[in-house]
Design a protein around this ligand. Structure first.
Ligand code: GRF
Length: 198
């Protein structure tokens, strides 16, 4: 199965996904879609010899045209699974309709807690004792679709945003590849808001 990873920034999850699939004959990261010319993720793709496309939202009249350009690129690579990995945009109906139940996202908190772009900071500021990582299917609402896998991360008294982020990222780098393998193996079934894992 050909998969695409969407990035806007560092791309450490992209790297972890690529590394985890190196000896996997059934699954290939065939494309990175990036919306930010400054993203370090683009350099990672180059180094790995993985095709990347830079598609900037500001170059398009509206979200639909932006997503149609993305779809054109996905179709060229026969993409069957889209993994959002630090992609800082809400997926619109054009992409969702084209790839039903085939777009997943990773979020650095235990959804539905701490949605949004500052989940790690928000958990610290809330004085939560536990946070974690969620991988979920993407739907029309941000950080909302059916949850696939979650793992907890304890918050220590002396944690800073940086130290907590480091532990969260370590978990992310295991949980995302694990989810992708379940998806590719056909082991995820969505029943309403529930994801059954066989
Ligand atoms: C991760 O923490 C992910 O959960 C969130 O954005 C961050 C991306 O990090 N959605 P990276 O670009 O993969 O290093």
């Amino acid at each position: 199965m050909n998969i695409a990873v969407f990035c806007s920034g560092n791309g450490s999850n992209f790297q972890a996904i690529v590394d985890s699939l190196k000896d996997d004959l059934s699954t290939k990261v065939a494309l990175m879609v990036c919306d930010n010319p400054e993203a370090f993720a683009l350099q990672r793709a180059r180094k790995e010899g993985i095709k990347s496309v830079l598609i900037e939202r500001k170059k398009f009249k509206n979200k639909e045209e932006f997503e149609n350009e993305i779809i054109k690129n996905l179709e060229q690579e026969n993409i069957e699974l889209i993994c959002l990995a630090g992609f800082m945009r809400i997926i619109g109906p054009t992409l969702l309709k084209k790839y039903p139940n085939s777009i997943i996202n990773i979020h650095p908190a235990l959804l539905p807690a701490f949605k949004g772009a500052h989940a790690i900071r928000d958990a610290l500021e809330a004085k939560a004792k536990t946070t974690g990582v969620t991988v979920h299917f993407v739907d029309r609402e941000m950080d909302h679709g059916p949850i696939i896998l979650q793992e907890t991360v304890e918050i220590g008294e002396n944690d800073t945003e940086e130290s907590l982020a480091e532990r969260i990222h370590k978990i992310e780098h295991q949980l995302y590849p694990k989810t992708i393998k379940l998806f590719v193996a056909g082991k995820l079934k969505i029943e309403g808001r529930k994801v059954k894992i066989s």
